[in-house]
Design a protein around this ligand. Sequence first.
Ligand code: HDE
Length: 683
Amino acid sequence: MASKEPESHTGAGGEPHQTAKSAEGRLTTNQGVPVSDDQNTLTVGPRGPQLLEDHLLREKITHFDHERIPERVVHARGYGAHGYFQCYESHAELTKAAFLQDPSVKTPVFARFSTVAGSKGSPDTARDVRGFAVKFYTSQGNYDLVGNNIPVFFIQDAIKFPDLIHAVKPAPDRDFPQAQSAHDTFWDFVSLIPESMHMLMWVMSDRAIPRSLRMMEGFGIHTFRFINEEGEVTLVKFHWRPKLGTFSLVWDEAVVISGADPDFHRRDMWNAIEAGDYPEWELCVQAFTEEEAAKFDFDVLDPTKLIPEELVPLRPLGKMVLDRNVDNFFAETEQVAFCPSHVVPGIDFSNDPLLQGRLFSYLDTQLSRLGSPNFHQIPINQPKCPIANFQRDGHMQTFVPNGRVANEPNTLDNGAPRECPETGFASAPVPEAGDKMRTRPESFRDHYTQARMFYKSMLEVEQEHIAGGLAFELGKCKELKVRRRMLGHLKLIDEDLAENVATKLGMVGQADKIEPAAKVRDAKPSAPLSQYRVAPESIAGKKIAILTTEGVDAKLLKELREAVEAEEATVAVIAPAAGPFKDSSGQEVTPDDFLDGAPSALFDAVIVAPTDDADALLGKQAAAADWLRMANSHLKAIGYTAAAQPLLEAAGVDAEAKGVVAVDDGFEKFIGWAKQHRVWERA
Ligand code: HDE
């Protein structure tokens, strides 16, 4: 007999369950008993001892004592939102997956973005890979696409994952550093695992410090299989492309933001969704056949390799829009359980050894993290289609199945669920044969060619950032032998890069000689690997700050808002003090933040517009000048009014420099510069 959902359950993201509202405003115990006094413990006399009998106190404190569950062993810090996926057209020739058939259907989704290494309370802007996990609640069951914002991974075989994570997490003796790969154990480990070189290029690049969760790509990494109604199989790699474009912070900015607003990314996404500015991504695949794959000069089962878009272009499938914040972080974002093994008919795995290991790990980890094999019954994890099987009981069972039969086959219950050979999930009938062995395929041996391709595809400024990232991290790695080993690897990737990093470390000529396992080749650069080669000229989704004072020109402020909002960006008014003040027309302006609370690192472009007498701002000149100086060194577009000249001088900003423009006569030029994201020429 089918398991029945208890009626009180509304499914993932539905109406909240037990709230004060549902008890008609009454405060109750967990047993539904109305509470008369929630302020005072039961005691003997007003000053006497407390009574063990006080079940109200005990229930409340006991529940509180058990509020925390283990954080995820990796990807502990994350942020999620609800939304929908809609395909552009039917993709029936590729796959029979139900959610990719009908463009009129909106499939509900829940997406969670995360950092990998840091604990739940670590800052959002740490240098790290970002998780990009999406649960599609399809009519054929839940499909989880559990990806990252980088298309390759550190290791080729799941058996090395615990080592990788132990190496990057805080050292077990001293428990630091937190949320950082900049330490000895990490670099010791990766420098002994040359397969990590390609991924290291990505994590030392700007990709590891995204400007916004809304402005990063996502990748399924592994090769998967699509299967259509006819049983034809196509190999695919998944890509998510953000509508706003892919943008990053610069390292110094990320460091400042970590202190000024450790919740920078989650606040940005939450605010955008609350404002109706819904984050959007396009889901694409690179689709190819086994025959095509056999001709590539890398193995598509090797998760340290990507397929250049020049070789297999992206095919857009549909879009994902996130349009609803969670009602409760714990119930939804914390309890959501993604598993790469959650696939639906029409999607299947490949033999990528990293993927195969992941197929085991996620279900296993959920069992201990969520504490029961019934975690699929938690509303956020429940499919939005019926569940019907003979699995029974277990901790926290909330379904109430009826009938006496819990076995298949049976003849005692005609209504019991049966297999569906025609429509049910079936693996692609792939022939497999071979000896049992523990080995790496020959085709996985080239660890440097794609690392070199990635580096060569970057703009000069992006290359410099990679060198800067490497120098920062290796500088924190105190073991000279590890630095020498890494310099040896870098030489195989690119001589100039190795030289640049060695110079920054003061270790020129000290690289170890490393023998690559396979000949390192020159691969053609691939433009889409560089974020800034293909970046859209846009400020959509970004934040423009105006630093101003009492008496600010009302017309200027109004025109700024109009100009910025027309570009789908937002204005933040920053003032010397946090309280409201009057503009030139006498209207009250409440600043979004104040000088000491909001360094310019939090914004994408800035305007300084003190009032003519400029008393208020100039009175705080040191802080205001620092604010502007930082914006200048982070290569932001800077707009200024005539009255801001003294401030520009105090901050050492050249009013004639590129991307520094007067705004007294309008914002067009300023926005033109801001659309370039950064004024690289000023570097
Ligand atoms: Fe994960 N990973 N992973 N991972 N992973 C987890 O599952 C694991 C890998 C990814 O928002 C864990 O529920 C192994 C690649 C994301 O809840 C755990 C290996 C990719 C998330 C686990 C990998 C990912 C996780 C910890 C190597 C990109 C967060 C908590 C074989 C394709 C999902 C959990 C969320 C989480 C294991 C490598 C993505 C322990 C063994 C490659 C986005 O099961």
